[in-house]
Structure formats: C-alpha cells, structure tokens
Design a protein around this ligand. Sequence first.
Ligand code: K1U
Ligand code: ZN
Length: 171
Amino acid sequence: MALLHVLQYPDDRLHIVARPVTRFDDRLRTLVRDMAQTMYAAPGVGLAATQVDVHERLIVIDVSDTHDALQVFINPEIIARSGEEQYEQEGCLSVPDVYEKVKRSSRITVRAQDAEGRSFELEAEGMLAVCIQHEMDHLDGKVFVEYLSPLKQSRILTRIGKLRRRQHVNA
Ligand code: K1U
Ligand code: ZN
C-alpha cells in the first residue's frame, strides 16, 4: 500500500474532467486501496481520484466514527434528488484549513459500480450525501470553493499564497 500525493488548490489538474473506469482489474483495486489509505491518513472522510492526479471516475468515502466503513463508488451517477437543498459546512484535503458552507441536495440516490464492476444503487442523506456530491464535483473538475462568492474565493487564494510563501521560506 502507498500514500498518494494530494493535489493542492489552485492546481489546473484539479479541473480535469475524469473519464469513466472501464477496466475492473488489479491496478484499479490497488488504486482503491491506496486512495483509502491516503484518505484515512490525512485524515479525511472522502477522496476523489482527481485529487491524487488520476483522472478516472472513482471515489472513496468513510463517514463512520469508527473509520471501518469504507464505501467505494466507481462511475457514480446521481439518479434522483429529493428533500430541501441545505447549506452544510465542507472541507477539502486539496484546500487545507478552509471550511465553508455549500448548498447541496439533502437526499440523493446514487448508481455506481464496486471494485469488481458490479452495479449498485444507494440512497444517501446527511454527511454521506454531502460527501458524495463534493467528491463527484471533483470528478467533474470542480472544487467546492468555486461555489463561493468571488470575494471569498479571492481571499482564500490570498491566504493560500501567503501560507505557501511562509512554508517556502521556512523550508
Ligand atoms: O478532500 C476531500 O474531498 C475530502 C473531504 C470530504 C468532505 C468533508 C466535508 C464535507 C464534504 C466533503 C474531507 O474529508 S475534509 C476533512 C474532514 O472533513 C474531516 C477530517 C477529519 C475528521 C472528520 C472530517
Ligand atoms: Zn475535496
């Protein structure tokens, strides 16, 4: 198993639209394992392949308190949305230390495949629904801060720039 490098915003590679997974082979299962290990180590509750510079439609999620309920979604599609849209606080391993509210569907039905290529459907609400929508945005090249106002986005970019310069000086 291996820890993968997580791309940091702003990085143009975070805007690449991922292509469908077509081969359900050992390479894919190794990628799933490495992504899960990277997510748990971060720590985070989700990770999209885009964030580790692999532009294929694959996400891993574990929103359990016990970190033992890994969910893998390959070629995920939202096939139904219901309930009110709600603002929930989000974070992102590609945008460290930024937590902002984003409006999302409160209840979704997802169709996806598992690591063996078997198709399944799942209804999700709460944190799982938020996380699936956030990770699926990554597969479409969208980072959650892009839902925020231009002013907030520019403040975030300024803050990230200052942090990077400080890290560079201290390196
Ligand atoms: O970068 C990512 O896409 C992962 C992201 C997922 C997410 C979190 C919250 C709302 C929407 C999507 C994270 O995991 S950020 C880190 C985080 O939220 C967390 C870290 C440790 C414990 C609990 C949560
Ligand atoms: Zn993210």
